[in-house]
Design a protein around this ligand. Structure first.
Ligand code: MLT
Length: 389
């Protein structure tokens, strides 16, 4: 037996696992301290009423032989795919039902999709970046090239025609920086991908945080994208499904064989998302569900504003938080990312995410999330003022 040696090329543990371990060690040593977690982007509000009611109904269906469901279609039930199609339609994107694949979240599909691509593809990834894009390619032994996202390009790098890439990752609104591409900028990426016969893997997990209607929520709002892009979205941040697990991946039929290959892959390796979870997800797209999730998103955005206002008061440079749940700040006093992580945990009992964990360009930066409770966010910001004002 030969093991996959590519794993030797990964960091020892996944970024958020490393952070969790450090925080648990701190808590064990300091059991009397109240630690406030603004690190991993995990939601804190409960599922909305429409979702809970749909879940209850689905559970009752599972208790009756006449309505019980066993294996479902691996690519998702039509009722949910139809709801997703209508949602896209409301943003002027036409999809066919068999272009929509229901998943257990964007993270898994962003990794799994690589099954469709040969090893000898060049991957282009912005830096800083959600670590899953890089790690999954390193596991497969693929070459990864980085494109710099920094203050100069407002963390929105554009394609360099001299660099050849086959697989391109774009996340907008961006994790970790909160930056959002406008239509013209996304069009540049689409044109570049078409020219290079490359594929864009577009992560739109944070699209629901966009509050400016002129900004694209889906890459398919850009002409030509259906010929060069696969889109991944999730209900984790949209509707608080981080623990409930449901998302969707769009593989257009115009992408040569990829749609059929993905269906083949999913029917072979995946048995679909549980019926009850798909019914819960369907409720997100109802009028009531949309109204209720908007209230939750508003709540998180208020937290983001509070964080941003506090950083302004403390004179700490930052971006994000407007169309995104993440605030990306420069570590005060020129501290390095992990140094600031330790400082904030020790002195303020606040957990954030070190920018360096997202790539070399993240060094010296730090990410805070607005997904905490309002009370905890207020308290954390009071502690910030004590430390930095
Ligand atoms: C994050 O904090 O970057 C995200 O919560 C990670 C994820 O969605 O998997």
């Amino acid at each position: 037996m030969n093991i996959n040696k590519n794993y030797d090329n990964l960091e020892q543990s996944y970024l958020f696992s490393t952070i969790a371990k450090k925080v648990n060690e701190y808590i064990t040593k300091n059991p009397d301290k109240k630690v406030i977690r603004l690190g991993i982007g995990d939601v804190t509000l409960p599922l909305c009423k429409a979702v809970i009611s749909s879940l209850h109904n689905a559970v009752d269906e599972m208790a009756e032989q006449s309505t019980f469901r066993g294996y479902g279609p691996e690519q998702g039930y039509d009722f949910l795919r139809t709801a997703v199609r209508e949602y896209y339609n409301s943003h002027n994107v036409d999809l066919e039902l068999d272009e929509i694949f229901i998943s257990d979240g964007a993270k898994s599909d962003l990794g799994n999709i690589l099954d469709l691509f040969a090893k000898d593809n060049t991957v282009l990834v912005p830096d800083p970046v959600y670590p899953v894009y890089v790690d999954t390619n390193v596991m497969a032994g693929r070459e990864v090239k980085f494109i710099d996202a920094n203050g100069e390009n407002e963390f929105l790098p554009l394609p360099n025609r001299d660099v050849k890439a086959d697989i391109i990752y774009i996340c907008s609104p961006n994790n970790p920086t909160g930056a959002v591409y406008n239509r013209e900028q996304l069009k540049e990426w689409v044109d570049y991908a078409l020219l290079n016969k490359a594929i864009i893997l577009f992560d739109s997990a944070y699209e629901c945080f966009i509050s400016d209607e002129s900004l694209p929520r889906s890459i398919y709002e850009i002409e030509g994208a259906k010929d060069c892009a696969i889109e991944f979205c999730s209900l984790s941040k949209t509707a608080g499904f981080t623990g409930t697990r449901c998302g969707y991946t769009i593989v257009p039929k115009s992408l040569d064989k990829l749609n059929k290959m993905w269906l083949r892959r999913q029917t072979t390796k995946f048995n679909g998302v549980p019926y009850i979870v798909q019914r819960a997800a369907e409720a997100v797209f109802t009028e009531e569900g949309q109204r209720e999730i908007q209230e939750n998103i508003r709540y998180y955005k208020e937290n983001a504003k509070l964080i941003s206002d506090t950083l302004n008061e403390c004179g700490i440079w930052h971006v994000g938080g407007k169309h995104s749940p993440y605030i990306w700040l420069k570590c005060p006093n020129n501290m390095k990312s992990w140094e600031f992580f330790d400082y904030l945990l020790e002195k303020g009992q606040i957990v954030g995410t070190p920018g360096a964990g997202f790539g070399k360009n993240g060094e010296g930066y730090f990410r805070l999330t607005s997904f905490g409770s309002k009370e905890n966010t207020i308290e954390a910001m009071e502690r910030f003022k004590t430390l930095f004002k």
